[in-house]
Write a protein that binds this ligand. Structure first.
Ligand SMILES: Cc1cc2nc3c(=O)[nH]c(=O)nc-3n(C[C@H](O)[C@H](O)[C@H](O)COP(=O)(O)OP(=O)(O)OC[C@H]3O[C@@H](n4cnc5c(N)ncnc54)[C@H](O)[C@@H]3O)c2cc1C
Ligand code: FES
Length: 391
């Protein structure tokens, strides 16, 4: 939450010169645990097996985090406060982490964007997931996450980040669960004592589905230069806190909504995260060169029936299958393989795999590559004829 204490701390930071994300120092204990000596003494199980008995989140080599608190900021959302172990190196506002949970004995990984400030002094990380009605991991977290649960993490990644030289004027626009990375940006900027103008515009179906509503209302009242507005796309009139400029917004994105809270729009850097429709509308209405965007939903893939020719060879597994024309990730799964993956949309690089021979088409960019021995993202690659993978 935005508090007076936080404001006092922020005044120590120089405006426009963000401090780097907090790095956990490797203390002597971590260095000893990480040394080969302890691993040798703990053989054959390895040090982690013993550390887990003391504290589940501890690990010498694996980045993990322990859930310390769980709450539901909206009926369909869950917020986890995580204490990452010493391997965590922080995040930049807007980045995502790949988070692994074990469900019925199977490890499942999904990407989540921390909503917490990059400068959070207690080193905690906050993730908010919206439970999708058919979703495996988001529903599991919504229904079963509890303090003490341990999740696997990977280092923060992603290019949807605030520029290092913070813009004077920003618009942070989000739709649905896309609120998390822009919330991190807003919280980070406030901690940096940003003195410019920030317009925060969030789209939700109705007032019940706005996580962080109370905190945002408080920020709008207390933080100079921050305007907050909510717009509801299903019926109810939206708005911001009492008396705020953006009160009374309804329907999908329009330039009027943004202009109501960001008067100097031409000089405003815009960060938008949400469904493709919201991003397209923002790009169409504003200077696209100033628009930075991210979507959590995979893009519509342009599959071509003519690609369904030849064969796919999963060389390491010794499996050959006729090329169905689907993405190589889907074809591998159809062949009974379980390749690592995260976003399934070409963002996280988790599915990167060595292509040994043959051509592939990137279904997002349309580019065809026939280079032998190259790394490809199999979630967005379809074979262009026969192809062999090191999988
Ligand atoms: C970079 C990045 C950051 C992300 N950050 C967040 C975050 O902070 N908070 C958050 O809630 N989610 C976030 N996501 C989405 C998240 O990774 C999962 O996709 C989401 O939680 C659904 O996973 P699941 O296992 O519940 O659904 P799955 O079992 O994988 O899918 C079930 C069904 O839900 C549909 N579906 C999956 N994701 C979405 C979606 N986002 N919108 C609409 N339909 C969907 C699928 O098409 C499928 O039909 C992020 C995704 C990416 C790529
Ligand atoms: S699964 Fe994320 S890039 Fe392929």
């Amino acid at each position: 939450m935005y508090t007076e204490t936080a404001r006092t701390d922020r005044t120590r930071r120089q405006r426009g010169r963000p401090s780097p994300p907090p790095r956990r120092r490797r203390n002597l204990g971590h260095r000893i645990l990480g040394s080969g000596l302890i691993e040798a003494l703990a053989a054959p199980h390895g040090a982690d097996r013993y550390l887990e008995l003391v504290r589940p989140g501890w690990s010498v080599r694996e980045l993990r985090a322990e859930v310390t608190a769980v709450h539901h900021p909206a009926p369909d959302s869950v917020t986890l406060t995580l204490r990452p172990n010493h391997l965590w190196r922080g995040h930049e506002p807007g980045q995502f982490v790949r988070c692994t949970v074990e469900i019925d004995g199977v490890r499942r990984a999904r990407c989540y964007s921390p909503a917490s400030s990059a400068h959070r002094s207690d080193g905690m990380l906050e993730l908010t997931a919206r439970a999708h009605p058919e979703g495996l991991v988001s529903r599991f977290l919504h229904e079963h996450a509890a303090p003490g649960m341990v999740v696997g993490l990977e280092p923060a990644a992603g290019d949807f980040v605030l520029s290092a030289e913070r813009p004077d004027r920003l618009a942070l626009i989000s739709g649905g669960s896309g609120i998390t990375p822009v919330m991190s940006m807003l919280r980070t900027l406030i901690e940096e004592d940003h003195r410019g103008e920030i317009a925060f515009l969030h789209y939700a179906r109705n007032p019940d589905r706005v996580p962080y509503a109370r905190e945002l209302a408080q920020i709008a009242v207390q933080a100079p230069g921050v305007n907050v507005a909510f717009a509801y796309t299903r019926g109810a009139r939206g708005g911001g806190p009492q008396g705020a400029r953006g009160n009374g917004l309804a329907g999908h994105f329009s330039l009027d909504h943004l202009s109501a809270i960001a008067p100097e729009l031409a000089a405003t850097e815009i960060y938008v995260c949400g469904p493709a429709g919201l991003i397209d509308a923002v790009r169409a209405a504003c200077n696209p060169e100033r628009v930075h965007s991210e979507s959590f939903v995979p893009p519509a893939l342009t599959l071509d029936a003519r690609d369904a020719a030849g064969a796919v060879s999963f060389a390491r597994s010794g499996i050959d299958a006729p090329n169905s024309g689907a993405t190589l990730l889907e074809q591998a799964e159809a062949a009974g393989l379980k390749p690592a993956h995260g976003c399934r949309m070409g963002i996280c690089h988790t599915c990167t795999c060595r292509k040994l021979a043959g051509g592939v088409r990137n279904v997002v960019t349309g580019e065809i590559s026939s280079t032998e021995d190259e790394d490809i993202q199999i979630c967005v690659s379809v074979p262009a004829g026969s192809v062999a993978l090191d999988l």
